[in-house]
Design a protein around this ligand. Structure first.
Ligand SMILES: [Zn+2]
Length: 481
């Protein structure tokens, strides 16, 4: 029924910056409105249109993904098509959106890979310098190039230039959908009948002019949306709560609480599902060998996998909602994570499939807080799990295992996710970090802070600091030098 708030355009962002924020605009979607075929063949024109539209959209997706610079949805058309100029533009804009997120996600993954390579080289050099052989378990990172997106489900993100929603005068239907087709001057008019829950959701609302049409299992579905203003409830002096996002714990707050986990029940379901798919694949291969025709083979798509994905999302929603409930009046600060960086968080579990579900966590935080008029902000996530919250020292070695943070310099010890949540909270309003474009710049800033911190406390760190209660354990003097 509802949809996550869409990404604001640069223009929108600028506009909002000038005005003091007193409300947030939520775009709510009303989904699963089935298009009715009043008489047979009525939707044929739409079927013919989407074939041409999708082929064109796919050509632009490929072009824009491979282009040297980021996609510009206002660029001049480059392909010939039988579509009208307006439809052509709609296809280009849709392609620009798909290509844009693919490029961003790939870049994030590639940057993480480069960082891995550098880290590996550093560790190797260190090991060689000490004459210790490198951990055999550690492999040199390898990059596997991403596949280009392939459009599978026929879908159209239309605007009012090509699809218009008209209120119906007739009481039998609620709206008419007027769709321009390949046959110029001869639009298709499809009646739209709303279910009672659709009507309830749309009552008194002004529809947005953009619509989405998609076809699944031979049925066309319409998605409508409307904007809703939610007054901002969070006080300027509201306490900050940092949120770390992870797998062992979906969310850990700087207040020391943890909500939801992929381990336990969900992990067992994941394992069962994977085994089931393996069995199915083996059976398929076996039958194929025996010459069973392709259409009679068991399908390789996994309905249980999809169900599990939905289940993970439900668990995430539950965890995030509980976190919000237990921190009323707070201002939430969380990591700006993409699907690709979640994949790297999930690497140890080799659960790429679940990474896309885990990326649902920041989305849900954004959505659930916005819905309640609560303030929530994202900050740069880089090194938040490796940075010591007390002395800002950044090192992979600060993480002896998944759940422990132990600073090799000041010997600060904490639960790893809690230490990260504290870092996240303190990054809000940190102009210097926010200005960093690259991850290594962030590392440089943090290490500079660590040096300053050492100047302040560290020159005689061993004895006085302990007396002052600044450190939990007396650090070995060699560590500080
Ligand atoms: Zn430290």
């Amino acid at each position: 029924m509802s949809q996550k708030p869409g990404k604001a355009t640069e223009e929108d962002k600028k506009k909002r910056k000038h005005k003091k924020k007193t409300k947030q605009i939520l775009t709510r979607a009303v989904t699963h409105i089935r298009l009715i075929e009043a008489n047979p063949g009525k939707l044929d024109a739409l079927d013919q249109l989407v074939v041409v539209f999708q082929a064109l959209c796919q050509r632009y997706v490929t072009l824009l993904c491979l282009a040297d610079s980021g996609p510009d949805k206002y660029a001049a058309p480059v392909f010939e098509t039988e579509l009208s100029d307006r439809w052509h533009r709609v296809a280009m804009q849709q392609a620009a959106g798909i290509a844009g997120s693919w490029r961003t996600n790939r870049q994030v993954a590639y940057d993480a890979y480069l960082e891995d390579v550098a880290d590996y080289a550093e560790t190797k050099a260190k090991a060689q310098a000490c004459g210790v052989p490198l951990d055999l378990k550690r492999k040199e990172p390898a990059w596997r190039e991403w596949n280009l997106p392939v459009l599978r489900v026929p879908a159209i993100q239309a605007n009012a230039n090509v699809v218009v929603v008209e209120p119906s005068e007739d009481s039998t239907f609620d709206y008419w959908l007027r769709i321009s087709t390949l046959d110029k001057g001869n639009p298709l008019r499809v009646p739209v009948k709303l279910a009672s829950y659709h009507k309830k959701a749309l009552q008194g609302r002004t529809l947005n002019t953009s619509t989405t049409l998609h076809k699944r299992n031979g049925v066309w579905w319409l998605t409508l949306s409307f904007d809703e203003d939610v007054p901002l409830q969070t006080e300027p002096s509201a306490p900050l709560v940092g949120v770390d996002v992870g797998i062992a714990n979906f969310v850990t707050t700087s207040t020391g609480k943890q909500y939801g986990s992929f381990q336990g029940k969900l992990a067992r379901r994941h394992k069962r599902d994977r085994e089931k798919r393996r069995r199915k694949a083996r059976l398929r291969a076996c039958l194929e060998k025996k010459g069973v025709p392709k259409r009679k083979l068991p399908s390789t798509s996994s309905a249980t996998g999809q169900r599990l994905g939905r289940h993970v999302k439900q668990e995430i929603n539950r965890a995030v909602n509980l976190m919000i409930k237990e921190h009323p009046g707070a201002r939430f600060i969380y990591e700006d994570l993409s699907v690709a960086s979640m994949r790297f968080k999930a690497r140890s579990m080799n659960a790429y499939l679940y990474a896309s579900n885990l990326a649902h966590i920041p989305e849900q935080i954004a959505w659930a807080t916005a819905k309640r008029g609560m303030a929530a902000h994202t900050v740069k996530a880089a090194y938040s799990s490796q940075e010591c919250h007390r002395c800002h020292y950044v090192d992979r070695a600060n993480r002896p295992d998944q759940s422990t943070f132990f600073c090799v310099v000041c010997h600060h010890r904490d639960h790893a996710d809690h230490n990260a949540a504290l870092n996240v909270a303190s990054r809000w309003g940190d102009q210097e970090l926010a200005a960093c474009q690259k991850k290594d710049q962030i590392k440089a800033v943090l290490l500079r802070r660590h040096e300053a911190c050492k100047q302040l406390f560290g020159l005689a760190v061993v004895q006085p600091a302990v007396q002052l209660g600044l450190w939990d354990d007396p650090p070995a003097s060699t560590d500080v030098a």
